[in-house]
Design a protein around this ligand. Sequence first.
Ligand SMILES: NC(=O)c1ccc[n+]([C@@H]2O[C@H](COP(=O)([O-])OP(=O)(O)OC[C@H]3O[C@@H](n4cnc5c(N)ncnc54)[C@H](O)[C@@H]3O)[C@@H](O)[C@H]2O)c1
Length: 505
Amino acid sequence: MTAIDRGIDRAGLVAVVGTGTMGQGIAQVALAAGHPVRLYDAAPGRASQAVDAIADRLGRLVAKERLPAADRDAALGRLAPVADLADLAEADLVVEAILEELGAKQQLFTALESVVSDGCLLATNTSSLSVTAVAGVLRRPGRLVGLHFFNPAPLMPLVEVVRGAATDEAAADRAHATVATWGKTPVRCADTPGFIVNRIARPFYAEAFRAYEERAADPATLDAVLRESGGFRMGPFALTDLIGQDVNEAVTRSVWEALFHDPKFTPSLAQRQLVASGRLGRKTGHGWFDHSEGAGRPAPHTAEPCEPPGKVVVHGDLGPAQGLVGLMEEAGIAVTREPVGAHLALPDGTRLSLADGTTAAEDPFAASVRFDLALDYRTATRVALAASPAAPEESLRSAIGLFQALGKAVSVVQDVPGMVVARTVAMLVDFAEDAAARGVASPEDIDTAMLTGVNYPRGPLAWGRALGAHWVRDTLRNLHHACPTGRYAPSQALIRRAAADEGLL
Ligand SMILES: NC(=O)c1ccc[n+]([C@@H]2O[C@H](COP(=O)([O-])OP(=O)(O)OC[C@H]3O[C@@H](n4cnc5c(N)ncnc54)[C@H](O)[C@@H]3O)[C@@H](O)[C@H]2O)c1
């Protein structure tokens, strides 16, 4: 490790400016790492309140025996509010967590520049502003970095270390090393809209909202499919009710606007209407779901038991769904194989194929049913199916019976292109490939960020490799054909990756 790679010394003074939700959390993290910490807030009395709030939180940790009382006392002995910015003159690192307004942040850092020493590192916790723009007014913009913590900062491991256009490499290295010594998982990223997580996560929300707008299914069903088949910890409807529809929409809009209205980042009309109607989620008692007292959570659509087929013919390679073959054999279904195709044939003539961005109705066979992508068909507890509108009722019933025989609950959704999980994951993979190719962050940091920042079950780049870049590309091409606005056009990065996989590059 070179001198440049070393973080702020443990004895170094950390100042936190803006002592609301994030400021308090960041202060707690710095305290836990052993630093003396000073708090400043523009609202009189707010910094002292923050000291009390942090003391309460540490007290709860002591009560739960997760922190020795002596460590709590020592930490509180290192923490003090200050009444004036000038009292931060000794700081080695200032982390700003004031309101999300460019002018306010620029003004604060301009004032700080004439208070702190030349060696002091400056950091902004902005989630949506340009670090380059915040630093743009400074005499020495090279020492300003973005340190994007996630809420709640003491619990969330990820910190995006953002290098603005003028940020010195050494300053970014120091910030990175510092948060690493704080026990966090730092990732480096360029100063681009949404950084890593808030950029790449957009389709997780957007595709579900879009599927809802297309009336593929209700929010409870779409959430259940993304959780139980996609492997995501929470569905996008429940998650945005928790985050706040206004907060989630503001992130979507700011990234979309900062990217000059790129159609891939288009916000959702259904979410706009929720926000306009004041249905902001749990905090207002109603969002996608009713959160008022006594209101039950709507159940996802789950098909009634159906008779399973006794045998299945596997035509060709099922690609990402090939794992189903072994599961069928284990379930006692007689499986025979035919070399050509990429589908399952049931005894009644039903053809079952993996969602690929086309609809079942586009197939030349009436009895056509699509099944959705699963993270892992063995562990998935639910699978979504969609039948061609022309399919006989019996086709859908035998397809339902097949998946039920594998132990899965089945949700029947409308026959929309890419259904639910397939379109969501294809878009996440494409966004991640595109971000990596544009130098937003390294491939390793992109997957780390999505695993630790939003708890995805798999890093999107690793997921794309498991699926095969050509499958992702072809699914998006089909979606693009169905909806030629540019939203689904595969990125150049994905096209190159698929060509390389196919040995064409
Ligand atoms: N809340 C989140 O989930 C989250 C996550 C990551 C990043 N952020 C970012 O962190 C920052 C703070 O967010 P928050 O949710 O903690 O806000 P908050 O409203 O809880 O706290 C902001 C605090 O800053 C103080 N303040 C405002 N202007 C000030 C000034 N000029 N000087 C000193 N203090 C000032 C306010 O009095 C308030 O106490 C924002 O930039 C936000 O985008 C928030």
